[in-house]
Write a protein of this length. Structure first.
Length: 199
């Protein structure tokens, strides 16, 4: 199993994008590094892309417009769907297969990552009673033309506290994605203006 870490600030930016568009599907790039033949992945940033499906021309444009810090790469995509699939029949959207192919062609990573946000997993205590726990988000790796399940990322308390503090400042309203940028190219697609401090 691949060791995957998710920077708190990057996680918060992703969640702010999702929270801004609570009535839409949302997508974004996962930015980071891969080590040791991709046995270790580090997600250091995210780039919000869209609050609707992207087709080939828009996705190709997004790949070319995305500016990332030297040493970092596009290593995957996050997706939040309005549909919460039955947990016994979880699946990802068809567009994410297209997105993975595009990311793979960049040669940044051989098995792009998909982080699926919309799944809900009930947890049970030993006496079979439902218990409240932090959310888990489903991971996939793109292998041989399809996604294979690859475990979970669990939101931690520090990430929750950071997101809560940003919501209280209405920071979710400030997030810019590619769709916003195409309507106004003066906007900051990388969202560098966001004041996210996780110290």
């Amino acid at each position: 199993m691949t060791d995957i870490t998710f920077d708190d600030k990057a996680f918060a930016k992703m969640m702010l994008h999702i929270l801004k568009h609570v009535k839409s599907n949302t997508y974004g790039f996962l930015i980071g590094n891969s080590f040791n033949n991709e046995d270790k992945l580090e997600i250091t940033d995210v780039i919000p892309l869209a609050h609707s499906e992207l087709f080939v021309p828009q996705f190709d444009l997004a790949l070319r417009l995305t500016s990332i810090k030297e040493g970092n790469k596009i290593i995957g995509i996050y997706e939040n769907l309005l549909i919460n699939y039955n947990k016994e029949q979880t699946t990802f959207s068809t567009p994410c297969l297209l997105y993975a192919e595009g990311i793979k062609q960049l040669k940044h990573i051989s098995k792009p990552l998909l982080l699926e946000i919309s799944h809900h997993f009930e947890k049970y205590s030993n006496n079979n009673e439902t218990q409240i726990d932090s959310p888990e988000y489903k991971l996939y790796r793109f292998i041989n033309g399809s996604y294979e399940e690859h475990g979970f990322i669990k939101e931690n308390e520090k990430q929750y506290d950071l997101i809560k503090s940003l919501i209280l400042k209405s920071q979710q309203a400030e997030i810019i994605d590619l769709e916003d940028y195409l309507l106004n190219p003066e906007l900051d697609l990388n969202n560098t203006f966001l004041k996210i401090n996780n110290n």
